[in-house]
Design a protein around this ligand. Structure first.
Ligand code: FE
Length: 200
């Protein structure tokens, strides 16, 4: 007996989009606008938000209390996007973001999620063994630092406000933003002050 034929992903996607349009849940214009918005987004937006929070206490308060309002204040349209929450790392608390169900990610401020973020392995292991996952990124936290794994969902998207690294006193916003990577914004890595960034 031959195996049943299964439609491949593009076919399923088209069928899903067709069903959503047919029920009046989604229009072609909305789909195009959302894709265009994500195409324009990149982790540089999130990095800028973090760098500003390291420098400006008032901005930091806004970012932590209402991430969507902070994004809007930076010119990012959050229309139709789920609320953005920002997790504040502390000396004894580190946050790691995962979507255990699928691939929920703050696309408006980070762009498209990397492949590994969507993988079953990351989604499962981030919960089961977060320190093991972090170690694979070379992220070893000091003893006594709690790791909080936070589930990004269709209702709420999360990004991390990492701790500002030592050795960055007097740095400009641009220089600080340059050390905040995509991976740091979901908590698998920490901002690093490397010889290259020091020399900027
Ligand atoms: Fe998801």
């Amino acid at each position: 007996m031959s195996a049943p034929t299964r439609p491949d992903s593009p076919v399923r996607l088209e069928a899903l989009i067709g069903a959503l349009k047919g029920r009046g849940i989604l229009t072609e214009d909305e789909l195009t606008a959302r894709q265009a918005q994500t195409d324009c987004a990149s982790p540089e937006i999130g990095a800028r938000m973090v760098a500003r929070a390291w420098l400006d206490p008032e901005w930091r308060r806004l970012l932590l209390s209402d991430g969507s309002a902070a994004a809007e204040a930076m010119g990012v349209s959050m229309a139709g996007a789920p609320p953005l929450g920002v997790l504040e790392d502390m000396p004894r608390r580190h946050h790691l973001v995962v979507c255990t169900l699928c691939s929920c990610y703050p696309r408006a401020v980070l762009g498209y999620p990397p492949h590994w973020y969507k993988s079953f392995a990351y989604r499962a292991r981030a919960v089961r063994d977060p320190r093991g996952v972090l170690a694979e990124w070379g992220t070893v936290l000091p003893k006594g630092v709690e790791v909080r794994v936070v589930d990004s969902t269709a209702d709420y998207r999360w990004m991390v406000l990492p701790l500002r690294p030592e050795g960055t006193d007097g740095w400009s916003e641009d220089r600080l933003a340059a050390i905040v990577t995509r991976d740091a914004l979901v908590g698998v890595a920490l901002p690093q002050v490397t010889p290259r960034t020091v020399a900027v």
